[in-house]
Design a protein around this ligand. Structure first.
Ligand SMILES: [Ca+2]
Length: 167
């Protein structure tokens, strides 16, 4: 627990976690969603399982504002050598067809693939954040690799125990 508390204090100090009771301890809040940047490393399937056990799912990165927010958090964590986070998209079903776990919709309007990505290999079917120069970009990773990961769920106002709509 010491490590988790220290981690939270770090994020608060960096201004990327706003302690407004909208998200559980250790989760960052952004526009009505809670994001957990997991410090431990898991395979993509195990990461997804861990997110589900928290009532969440592997995160969706589908618009520039959210992308920039996650980039900001990851930039802070990078200085502590916490790097490379799985996202909630894969091309298991059809090679080259990437879908978001959250909605089942194809990855389409917003994309952030790195140069030459995705590699388009059967052995690389899971989306992961990586750094390309100073930009956070997607790469298609070997799903068996143990990586950090980002869980996401809707923010809840714990004072009223109601879902935050339209924030
Ligand atoms: Ca693939």
């Amino acid at each position: 627990m010491y490590g988790i508390t220290l981690f939270t204090l770090l994020l608060v100090a960096l201004g990327v976690v706003q302690p407004k009771n909208l998200c559980p301890l250790d989760w960052a809040e952004f526009k009505g969603e809670c994001l957990l940047f997991a410090k431990d490393g898991r395979s993509w399937v195990d990461a997804q399982r861990d997110c589900r056990s928290r009532g969440a799912y592997l995160a969706t990165d589908d618009n520039p504002d959210k992308h920039n927010f996650m980039r900001q958090v990851m930039s802070a964590l990078k200085t502590f050598n916490i790097d490379g986070f799985y996202l909630g998209s894969d091309d298991f079903a059809f090679e080259g067809t990437w879908r978001w776990m959250e909605t089942g919709f194809p990855v389409s309007s917003f994309t952030a693939w790195g140069s030459g990505m995705p590699q388009g290999e059967d052995g690389h079917n899971c989306m992961k954040f990586s750094w390309e120069d100073n930009e956070a970009v997607w790469v298609d990773e070997d799903c068996n690799q143990r990586r950090h990961y980002i869980c996401e769920k809707q923010a809840v106002d714990f004072r009223n125990n109601t879902q935050i709509i339209g924030r």
